[in-house]
Design a protein around this ligand. Structure first.
Ligand code: NDP
Length: 451
């Protein structure tokens, strides 16, 4: 058994019941084989064995009181995975499916993603199995306060700087930050994704979606193609999907789908800016269901189907795919149907939205595949820019942040291609992203000695 296979087997044995974490470890380490031969110093220092174990895992109880006066309790997590190249950085997810394995998969991926951004940020992730859906603002506030009542002791502007993720947007960051400020009595950059009035960065809300489209545009250029008139399938209807659609429209592409956990909308007439404004109001203010879209506009609603199931079952044609909802939403049969229906580019806005079998389909069909840790790194990169502005106590203009984001996405694209070529995997963005992200962290770990 190779050294890498040995490390993977040990993770599977020692961390049972964490299938998403196993998948992330297999996906990343599986592409690091070429680094083993080239770097005996990593093998000697057992970097591969060390990098799959978090620096620390924090799990805590989150008790709060609902509007009926009943006590509720949730499970809270923060996995501080690796701070070799900078303070821990990574989002908080609030979703009923959250468990330790999911937070570990996200935290592990975050190490390599943050490394790729060129900014000094370590990898972490956190969250709770709290479901914000159907909760009043007051309940969400009380939950966020209870969550921060424990989390505050482990985070800090030079220690660990959380941000948003599924179920954590501007409202939740406001409640979390307000409570932190109250109990610590400091106005510091301990969270990113903050409101503009209290330290947030322009373009942060847009950054993940915009970045995924910038990355796709770079990939298209390698084949001398451009976005204009390309039909794009986008899943989800939250933060990442909304700004993916906005940027696709700006570049002249034709986004035609959105979804939520109840179903999918297909609008062959294109989801233009006006329709997007409706989606933003529906999802961010009214917190309603995407099915309402089909009542307002001429579009087809497919209840209980994902975008990828609609493509598979109804033969929907597409050029580009932007999975922007959740992990493992695209499986092998979906990927095969996507390719058969014309898809030649996948840029992952969500984290690990494609299973390993789906990725194998992209690779065997020459699909331009931007893996999450490269394609969606614009979000955390702009969080890094928010931290820089907070440290300098100044704010950059929209254009300045957007230019920097665009530059970072170009640089990530180049790093992926350069690393892939240097390690004998020309054109393989997945291997390139993993290798480039890994080398920087591994070299830093090596420099520290055995700690
Ligand atoms: P939001 O909570 O804003 O939106 C999530 C969207 O995905 C919603 O439409 C939601 O539907 C749908 N969704 C969530 N879980 C499921 C599920 N199990 N099945 C079907 N649909 C689902 O989250 P974000 O847009 O912030 O995050 C989306 C993805 O992007 C996640 O994978 C996240 O980790 C990743 N990401 C986000 C970043 C960011 O900056 N926000 C940065 C990098 C990655 P519903 O409304 O019904 O819940």
């Amino acid at each position: 058994m190779s050294l890498i296979q040995d490390v993977i087997a040990r993770v599977e044995e020692k961390d049972p019941s964490q299938p998403e974490f196993h998948q992330a470890v297999r996906e990343i380490l599986g592409t690091l084989e070429p680094t083993v031969e080239r770097h005996p110093e990593f093998v000697k220092a057992k970097i591969y064995d060390r990098i799959v174990i978090p620096d620390r895992t924090i799990m805590f109880r989150v008790p709060w009181v609902d509007d009926q006066g009943e006590v509720q309790v949730n499970r809270g997590f923060r996995v501080q995975f690796n701070n070799a190249i900078g303070p821990y950085k990574g989002g908080l997810r609030l979703h009923p499916s959250v468990n330790l394995g999911i937070i570990k998969f996200l935290g592990f991926e975050q190490i390599f993603k943050n490394s790729l951004t060129t900014l000094p940020m370590g990898g972490a992730k956190g969250g709770a199995d709290f479901d914000p859906k159907g909760k009043s603002d007051a309940e969400v506030m009380r939950f966020c306060q209870a969550f921060m009542r424990e989390l505050f002791r482990y985070i800090g502007p030079d220690t660990d700087v959380p941000a948003g993720d599924i179920g954590v947007g501007g409202r939740e960051i406001g409640y979390l930050y307000g409570y932190y400020k109250k109990i610590v009595n400091e106005h510091t950059a301990v969270l990113t994704g903050k409101g503009l009035e209290y330290g947030g960065s322009l373009i942060r809300p847009e950054a993940t979606g915009y970045g995924a489209v910038y990355f796709a545009d770079e990939m298209l250029k390698t084949r001398r193609l451009e976005m204009v008139n390309k039909v794009a399938a986008v899943s989800g209807s939250g933060n990442v999907s909304q700004y993916t659609i906005e940027k696709l429209n700006q570049l002249g592409a034709r986004p035609i789908t959105v979804s939520d956990s109840n179903g999918t909308i297909v609008d062959e007439n294109c989801i233009d800016d006006e329709k997007l404004a409706y989606i933003m109001e529906l999802k961010n203010v009214r917190r309603g269901r995407i099915s309402d879209y089909a009542e307002k506009y001429k579009a087809t609603y497919f209840p209980n189907k994902s975008v990828w199931e609609v493509i598979r079952d109804h033969g929907m044609k597409l050029d580009l795919a932007f999975p922007s909802a959740t992990q493992n939403e695209i499986q092998e049969d979906h990927a095969l149907a996507m390719v058969q229906n014309g898809c030649y580019l996948v840029s992952e806005g969500a984290n690990m939205p494609s299973t390993m079998e789906a990725i194998a389909v992209y690779q065997s069909h020459n699909v331009l595949f931007g893996p999450a840790k490269a394609a969606n790194a614009g979000g955390v990169a702009t969080s890094g820019l928010e931290m820089s502005q907070n440290s300098m106590r100044l704010t950059w203009s929209r254009e300045e942040v957007d230019d920097r984001l665009h530059g970072i996405m170009r640089s990530i694209h180049k790093s992926c291609l350069d690393a892939a070529t240097a390690y004998g995997r020309r054109g393989d963005y997945l291997a390139g992203a993993n290798i480039a992200g890994f080398l920087k962290v591994a070299n830093a770990m090596l420099a520290y000695g055995i700690v």
